[in-house]
Each structure stands twice: as structure tokens, then as C-alpha cells.
Design a binder for this molecule. Structure first.
Ligand SMILES: [Zn+2]
Length: 71
């Protein structure tokens, strides 16, 4: 007889793993002539460079400052 706890294979989906640092809710704009490239509307950094991390925005990015003020 085994007393193993039930597996929690669904644990990863209970909440986002990077709920604190992962942030893709910033305003974005499409690069002219680059159909699949987007950048932050405030600091103009590419979404592929930001990679969902608030600290990858420019230090004076309006969105980054706004988000940091909300913490
Ligand atoms: Zn930004």
C-alpha cells in the first residue's frame, strides 16, 4: 500500500510562473516595413529585446516608470 501524495501535474498552470517580472502589457507599435517586428511605444525597444522583462525597457521608459510606481 502506498501513501504517495496525488501528483500535481497541473500546478504549472495555476498561475503564470513569472507573474512578478513578466510583463507584455505595454503599448506596442509595429515597425514600418517590418511586418513581424514590434517595439515599445514609449522607449522604442524591440519586443524581442524586451522579452517580457520590465527591466529590459529603457530606464526612462514611461511604461516602465509607471509599472514600477505601481509596485
Ligand atoms: Zn518601454
Amino acid at each position: 500500500m502506498t501513501t504517495a501524495a496525488p501528483s500535481r501535474t497541473d500546478a504549472f498552470y495555476d498561475r503564470a510562473p513569472y507573474a512578478e517580472g513578466f510583463d507584455i502589457g505595454y503599448p506596442q507599435e509595429n515597425l514600418e516595413g517590418e511586418m513581424y517586428k514590434y517595439r515599445c511605444l514609449s522607449c522604442k525597444r524591440l519586443t524581442t529585446d524586451i522579452n517580457g522583462r520590465l527591466e529590459n525597457h529603457a530606464e526612462d521608459c514611461a511604461y516602465r516608470l509607471l509599472r514600477q510606481a505601481q509596485r
